[in-house]
Design a protein around this ligand. Sequence first.
Ligand SMILES: [Cu+2]
Length: 123
Amino acid sequence: MTVRPARRLPMTLVAILALTACNGEPDEGAPEQTAQSVAVVGQDTLTWDAEELTVDAGTITVELTCEDGVNHNFVIAETDEEVAECAPGESVSGTVDLDAGEYEYVCTVPGHEQTMRGTLTVN
Ligand SMILES: [Cu+2]
């Protein structure tokens, strides 16, 4: 028994049409995409896993995770506001209201501030 190539054609056309239908233009009915939450890990090496974070202005949620060995906090240097702090092995979320601009985030646990610095870009 042989499968004639013609029998496969309809499915191929459906696949092509489906790809064509979603090839770019944003759906105008969809909610505006925002990026107002970030996740960052305070590592046992007294460094952040990411030294650059980017979010949209407004109320920003920061999920701070501490690796197993050391506690950390997440402080906006410009305002000295502590957004979250975590104990070893813990994840804690906090929120902060920020206008557009560039901020520095630091961990202010004694001995950490020199190496735990990152740039938070708010658009
Ligand atoms: Cu720290």
